[in-house]
Design a protein around this ligand. Structure first.
Ligand SMILES: *Cc1c(COP(=O)(O)O)cnc(C)c1O
Length: 584
């Protein structure tokens, strides 16, 4: 297998990875980030691989009835059609029995031909007990026990699989959130070879720490994955449980996966500057840095904008810094490209919902996971005010999308709220909620809207990435100053803030600011000064597209995290090595 013969520098572990539109191997932003990271790694010629689970039944397909009641069906897919089954088998002892794991390979090809493999672990093998066969089926499904089994397969089984595939000496293991944190235990076991991990010394732990990088994504303690010690002992057995206890990871009789990741990593980061600060507040005993998220430009620039960039800044795929020079693209060409993306969006909305939107009307887009802190219904706080703006200042139309986790009742309630508000606005503001928000809809919506709305409850948005996709397509953000927008926002230049930067601020202040800016600034500019609006679009690309991309993000990971303390090994060495073997 020549494809696995090149030395790997880093393995990127993530419970979800968005590989391509149509494959349900992810649930939301975390998986999109993972996929975008690996796509940039392929573009940059880096010797990386991704490790995740197969998720044979995916996350779920969303169905919405006329009142916005969500129901779900499994998103069954056919891995055989897109993935390559690998012969290798790795093994793991779960609940005292030895289970086998196989991997499927998805290959990401970068813009210069380098490829990055993603290994999707699968336990649906006839030799496994029937319950075990189901544990790589469903993303974020099942109970605590099911999830711990999944996370053991991902972390411990994943390390074993890398070894089976011939990847022995990696420089870095990068954990994207806490789910894969059991990989640290696997590395510890390997390092103490022969001895019980329960007898590992501080030096053994230090060895593991040197190899691990942990990215935390959640700004609230409740968001962290936890397992009770009974379940841990039952699933992982005495030795491993004792090892976790001795490493201080079973305090309070729970295994907190974030805690495990933090304890066993030499580099820890939050996903935007503010999130770094919030995380330091939550975990004051650790040194936590911040590397702001990005998106993969080649994936999220829509076809009309790709063509525009190919004409004006042909280097953009290879080097995203060239987006800075979008400042020289004529406004008319940006407007023309946007007219195409908007028309594509309107066409797809009509096809999917039967609702015909107007290409000449200001289109406000909002799509993200439906969950309480995202406050999808904030825009609809005062329907009379919205009607009045539409009647007296200028018309606008609204497109929404987003799934609620099957157990998130508040998220489901928000969708119903939005439906009710849309129905009440019916004759004044045309609006529509598209079903089954996925990569394809994300792409259509972030490129085809005229304004990208985001109204999270601060400081819950660790980063957010959909606004970055919008920026790459010249779509300004209109957002609460939270997450990445605190860094990407230049008032009236890259978009607009909702509310002020000081915390605390009441939601009434935010609502007032939202309506005020819509009424006095955005709607008047859109209709009255289209060249000024196009200038905001252009600045969104030049200032934000050039920075909020995964290529910049990954360069930071490489220099700040992967190579930290290993400065003797220059990046070029690893890159050249992979190029050589990639070419062979
Ligand atoms: C980009 C994306 C997300 C994440 O968007 P946020 O702005 O971070 O909420 C979620 N789901 C899909 C399908 C996406 O493409």
């Amino acid at each position: 297998m020549t494809m696995n013969s090149h030395p790997l520098g880093a393995a990127y572990f993530s419970m979800e990875i968005a590989l391509e539109a149509g494959l349900p191997t992810f649930a939301g932003g975390l998986g999109i980030l993972a996929g975008d990271t690996l796509r940039s790694a392929a573009d940059m010629g880096l010797p990386m691989a991704g490790v995740t689970l197969l998720h044979r039944k995916g996350y779920f397909e969303q169905h919405l009835d006329a009142h916005g009641n969500q129901s779900e069906t499994p998103s069954v897919w056919t891995p055989e059609q897109v993935l390559q089954p690998l012969e290798a088998r790795s093994f793991l002892v779960l609940e005292g029995q030895k289970i086998s794991i196989r991997a499927w390979q998805y290959t990401i090809r970068g813009c210069s031909g380098h490829s990055v493999p993603v290994y999707l672990l699968d336990t649906a093998l006839p030799e496994n007990p029937s319950f075990i066969q189901t544990i790589t089926d469903q993303l974020y499904g099942g109970d605590e026990h099911y999830r711990l089994c999944q996370e053991a397969v991902l972390g411990i089984g994943g390390i074993a699989m890398l070894r089976q595939l011939g990847h022995h000496h990696l420089m870095t293991y990068h954990m994207n959130e806490g789910h894969p944190a059991l990989l640290t235990l696997a590395l510890l076991e390997e390092h103490v070879a022969g001895r019980s991990p329960a007898e590992a010394s501080a030096q053994d732990l230090a060895f593991v720490r040197k190899k691990c990088v942990f990215t935390t994504h959640t700004p609230v303690p409740a968001g962290h994955d936890q397992f009770s010690s009974d379940v841990v002992r039952r699933v992982l057995g005495n030795d491993r449980t004792t090892a976790l206890e001795r490493a201080g990871c079973l305090g309070g009789k729970v295994l907190n996966m974030t805690d495990l990741g933090l304890r066993c990593s030499h580099y820890i980061n939050g996903v935007a500057m503010q999130h770094g600060e919030v995380s330091r507040g939550m975990f004051p005993e650790y040194s936590i840095r911040a590397i702001t998220n990005g998106v993969h430009a080649g994936t999220w620039a829509s076809p009309p904008f790709q063509e525009l960039y190919d004409r004006h800044i042909p280097e953009w795929r290879r080097d995203n810094l060239y987006f800075r020079y979008a400042i020289g693209i004529p406004l008319k060409e940006i407007q023309d490209a946007h007219a195409q993306t908007k028309s594509a969006l309107i066409g797809e909305v009509a096809r999917a919902t039967g609702v015909q939107l107007d290409a000449n009307v200001l289109t406000v887009g909002f799509a993200r996971r439906a969950t309480a802190y995202k406050r999808a219904d904030l825009l609809f706080s005062d329907l009379e005010r919205l009607r009045s703006i539409a009647r007296n200042v200028g018309p606008f139309q609204i497109i929404y999308g987003g799934k609620a986790h099957p157990q998130d009742e508040q998220g489901k309630e928000q969708i119903r709220h939005v439906f009710a508000a849309m129905a009440a606005l019916k004759n004044a503001v045309r609006s529509v909620y598209v079903e089954n928000y996925d990569m394809r809809w994300a792409s259509l919506l972030t490129s085809g809207s005229d304004l990208w709305l985001n109204t999270p409850e601060r400081p819950h948005e660790a980063s957010g990435t959909s606004g970055m996709k919008a920026a790459l397509n010249g779509v300004p953000s209109f957002s609460v100053p939270d997450g990445w927008w605190l860094e990407g926002h230049v008032e009236g230049a890259t978009g607009w803030d909702i509310g002020r930067e000081e915390i605390p601020e009441t939601s009434a202040d935010e609502i007032a600011s939202l309506y005020h800016k819509l009424e006095k600034i955005i709607v008047p500019m859109f209709y009255g000064r289209p060249a000024a609006y196009a200038e905001v679009m252009r600045l969104a690309i030049a200032l934000n597209g050039s920075f909020f991309n995964t290529q910049r993000m990954l360069s930071q990971y490489i220099s700040d995290a992967y190579f930290e303390g290993k400065k003797a090994m220059p990046v070029e060495h690893v890159v050249n090595e992979s190029r050589r073997s990639g070419a062979a």
